[in-house]
Design a binder for this molecule. Structure first.
Ligand SMILES: [Zn+2]
Length: 318
């Protein structure tokens, strides 16, 4: 299994594999498309592999890669989030039952963004004093979604996008054409997941990217009316809005870095990023970045997305 730019995961996990002593609870954070689920599967492979080396080819590893391993339990959400009952029954109680096929079992709770404190409270005892055979992996876009107590009981690992060369290499392995790969990497940088979505023609992603481009232009023109209209247009779909805000945050972060004289903007909003860098102070850009991140996190929970869009437009240009 090839993992790109995942040293933050592979190094500590390989070290544990060498001693055979693994932490029981893991939190993996990173933007959408940066490979959190791939990293989670890698940890599961290290825990369950027949040759104890995440070989990628043994019976255990190949079933993990096909999402068909009975001891890698993909816990399902109820609606948008993990309910307390699901956590109690499908994770806590179940973890005391012996594994099906291996010496260990792994629970994967993906996209924990916006889950409740009550759901996490239900996990505290089991993560503090887990059954010997049970391991837990949680993923989310950032660590603000986790209670400090759960963080303190877990190994927290941040994953980042690959560099552009590595990303292109990964896309070649997927069999995409060279000129298309170039276009994808120019639009979405080293974010392999987003590049693949783009190359597979994901309409929602293209709409989000277009909205982000318009937002950065409206911000640089200080055109609050257009900004509010664009943000409002994406607020009807919560996931689309979150994706767009994540890309907008990145574009603003690129502007702040450029304002400090480093780096250059890439991606679908490159021109808007460059214009913002010329027209706003570094401090204002950082304030804008924080505003977008805050509203994006609120959208992961239960906030009214239309109201959030309106609040954000005001905060960005005031
Ligand atoms: Zn294996």
């Amino acid at each position: 299994m090839t993992l790109y730019s995942k040293r933050s995961v592979t190094e500590p996990v390989n070290a544990m594999s060498r001693t055979g002593r693994f932490v029981h609870s893991y939190i993996i954070t990173g933007d959408k498309g940066t490979g959190k689920k791939t990293a989670a599967k890698y940890i599961a492979m290290q825990l369950l592999c027949d040759s104890k080396n995440a070989c990628g080819i043994c019976r255990q590893c190949s079933r993990i890669l096909r999402d068909q391993h009975p001891d890698l339990i993909h816990v399902q959400k109820e609606g948008r989030s993990y309910g307390v009952d699901v956590i109690r029954e499908k994770v806590v109680e179940d973890s005391y039952i012996s594994p099906n096929d291996c010496e260990r079992k792994v629970y994967l709770l993906s996209d924990c963004d916006g889950w409740t404190d009550a759901a996490q409270d239900a996990l505290l005892k089991i993560t503090e004093d887990p059954p010997e055979t049970a391991y837990f992996i949680f993923t989310a876009r950032n660590r603000s979604f986790f209670l400090p107590t759960l963080i303190s009981r877990s190994m927290v690992m941040d994953v980042h996008e690959a560099d552009r060369e590595e990303c292109a290499k990964a896309l070649r392995e997927h069999g995409f054409e060279e000129d298309k790969i170039k276009e994808a990497v120019e639009s979405f940088g080293g974010n392999i997941g987003r590049c693949i979505e783009f190359l597979e023609g994901n309409d929602k992603l293209m709409r989000s990217a277009e909205a982000v481009r318009k937002c950065t232009e409206a911000i640089s023109m200080r055109d609050e009316y257009t900004l509010a209209a664009v943000l409002s247009s994406i607020s009807s779909d919560r996931n689309e809005m979150r994706d767009a805000l994540e890309m907008l945050a990145r574009a603003i972060r690129d502007s702040a870095v450029m304002r400090c004289g480093k780096g250059s903007a890439i991606g679908c909003a490159a021109k808007g990023s460059a214009d913002m860098a010329e027209r706003f102070s570094a401090q204002k850009l950082l304030d804008m970045y924080e505003a977008v991140c805050e509203i994006s996190s609120a959208c992961a929970a239960n906030c009214n997305t239309a109201a959030a869009a309106a609040v954000l437009a005001g905060r960005l240009l005031n």
